[in-house]
Every structure is written in C-alpha cells, then in structure tokens.
Design a binder for this molecule. Structure first.
Ligand SMILES: [Zn+2]
Length: 361
C-alpha cells in the first residue's frame, strides 16, 4: 500500500509499504478522509510544540517512520478475533490516546485517565496511508448522517467536548472565546449546547468572525478593529465573562497570537471566573500568578477526552447541534496531496483555513 513516511523534519515521502496484518482486538481499515492536527502539522516541519522531543528522537533512531494521522474517517475492511462492536463496512473514527492496560489506573477501571498508553500517529502508525490497523478499544461508529469529511473532525471535537466539560459551565454563564479556529468554534458550539448564556467570540479574521456568528455566537469581535477586553467588559456590565476559553495562543509565525490572547483572556474573565487554556504555546510563558491569585481566577487545563466524549460528538454532529461543515475550508483529493495538507494546516493564517486541510483518499 501507499503510505507517507517521515525521513526527518520537513522530509516526508510516499513509499510502498506492506499492508498491515490484522491482530486480535484490532481492525484493518481503509482510509476515507484524514487531516493533520495543527500539532502534527507543526511537528512535521520541526516547529517546537507538544511532543517535539519524542518525535525528534523517533526520527533520529527509526526513520523512515510512519507518523501522525489520528484525525480520520475510515471504513473497516477486516475484523480481528474477539472484536465484537464492529463489522466489516462500518465507518469509524477514533480516540487518539489509548490506555496502557497495565498501570494501576487501567487495572482498576479508570483507563480514561491513563497517561502511559500509546497515541495513534505518535507511537503507533496513523492514517496517512491507504490502510491502517486500529485497536477496537479506541473506536466509535460514525452515524450515517455524518459525512466522511465531518467524521474526520470528530477526534478534535472530542477534545473540545472534554474542554467544555472541564469548564463546568453554569446555566446562563457568559462565555467568551479567544480564537475561532476549529477548536474555538467547536468549543463555542458545545458551550452553547451546555447551558451558556451570552456568547462572545474573538478573532482577527473577518471570515472567522462571520462563520462564528453564523454558528451561534451572539457577538463576534474582530480584535484587529477593537479592544476585545474592553468590549467584553462593556457587554457584561463591567464584570467580565464567567468563563473564557483561550484558543488563539501559539507561534505568531503560524499566524497565532503568541501569549497575547492568554493575557487578554485573564483580563476579560470576571474575578472568581474560569480561564480554560486550550492552546499549546510551544515554550514557557511568563504569567503574573499573583494577579490570578488576587482575583481568585481558575486557570484550568482540559481533561484528556474519553471514548464517551467521542461518542457524544457523534450525537452532537448527527443531530445538527454542532455544525462542522462551515469550518471545513480546504478539502484536497488524493493521497499525493498529503504534504499540501500539512503546509496549509501549519500556516492556517496564510491560507485562510479554519479547520485543518483534509485529504480525501
Ligand atoms: Zn494505563
């Protein structure tokens, strides 16, 4: 089969490799649609972010290696011994993080909390290939009402579900979201489905603001035209928002906000309120902890998503409560377009992309 393999940072090549053989508890799948996550797209070019050192080490010791590809929609073509929940022909998506099945958490029924297991695309081959082998335990069936293209977003959506769950939004809480990329728009729509009152979003792109409004934001502020902190205070009687999601931070070279959106998020939340840190920054940050302490702010980090979170995404999208289509701006045809998808996804600002660029196989 054809598979993309990495020979080093910035060096991916399409090779002919053996099609994987099925094992007990696993399925063989044909890839229908796959997209790089933003993290993967940055790592592919050697940009420092989550898991950079681990990927660097794998490239140095194992190259060429099949990396990345945990956001996908695939069709099952073979089921291994012991697989009970799926049959040949089912379309499935997956949770990227797998339980190790050996640690004290895993052996006491708390696999969802395990941090020791492998991650699809990082320690295990992902789906930038024609076929892949996946463990049953990570999979969820895709509802017929969800397209292949939408289904490829379910993994990322499950992280957004986990982020909103972490926020524990109260009924009627005012919610502000900095950054209306794919996760920002996902968190916005899930918050809207989870009791949020007034919803205010912030981005610097007109198109992102327009889509955000279309998907349900009450106000979509363009931070290049106004002071978003002042505007959020004005809209909340001077108090600030009850909950603020920070989804814009990261390297300005990739069109992200650096740490400015985090500082704004801290300024825009009410005293005693919650800031949910969704972004990855790729480097240490300086934050005035005493300010957080003085204002009794809760700076929360999202829990890792569970298979239950993933199953919830299927309901949200199938029922139309979360709309993904308007965020899918770039869809490419054919496995040879994979490098182009990485380029677009690593530079979403430059290409005016909201969701990562997808490849239909
Ligand atoms: Zn474990």
């Amino acid at each position: 089969m054809k598979a993309w393999r990495f020979y080093g940072f910035g060096d991916m090549r399409m090779d002919e490799v053996p099609t994987p053989e099925c094992r007990p508890g696993h399925v063989i799948v044909q890839v229908l649609c796959v997209q790089p996550s933003v993290t993967e797209a940055q790592l592919a070019f050697g940009i420092r972010t989550l898991a950079y050192e681990k990927i660097k080490k794998r490239l140095e010791t194992e190259a060429p290696v099949q990396l990345f590809g945990h956001e996908f929609c695939v069709r099952i073509v073979e089921v291994g011994a012991g697989v009970t929940r799926f049959k040949v022909g089912d379309r499935v998506a997956a949770r990227a993080k797998l339980p190790c099945e050996q640690c004290p958490l895993c052996t006491t029924g708390r696999q969802h909390l395990c941090r020791k297991g492998p991650i699809i695309g990082f320690q295990l081959p992902g789906c930038f290939s024609e076929y892949a082998i996946l463990p049953e335990i990570a999979l969820v069936k895709v509802d017929d009402r969800i397209s292949d293209s939408e289904a490829a977003c379910l993994q990322s959506l499950s992280d957004s579900v986990a982020s909103v769950q972490t926020a524990q939004i109260g009924m009627g809480d005012t919610v502000a979201l900095f950054g209306q990329g794919s996760m920002g728009m996902e968190c916005m729509q899930i918050a809207r489905n989870s009791g949020a009152g007034l919803i205010i979003t912030v981005d610097v792109r007109d198109e992102a603001c327009r889509i955000s409004k279309e998907l349900g934001a009450d106000y979509a502020l363009n931070a290049s035209e106004c002071d978003p902190v002042e505007a959020i205070r004005d809209l909340t009687d001077g108090n600030g928002a009850d909950v603020v999601f920070e989804c814009a931070g990261g390297s300005p070279k990739q069109g992200l906000a650096g740490n400015r959106s985090l500082l704004q998020a801290i300024d825009a939340v009410r005293s005693g309120g919650k800031v949910v840190g969704v972004s990855w920054f790729g480097q240490p940050l300086e934050v005035d902890i005493d300010l957080l302490r003085e204002r009794s702010l809760r700076y929360l980090f999202p829990d890792i998503s569970t298979v239950e979170n993933l199953a919830h995404t299927v309901r949200l999208v199938a029922s139309g409560r979360v709309r993904l289509k308007p965020t899918i701006t770039h869809v490419l045809d054919g496995i040879d377009k994979v490098p182009e998808a990485f380029e677009i996804t690593a530079n979403k600002g430059k290409y005016q992309a909201i969701n990562p660029a997808q490849v239909m196989l």
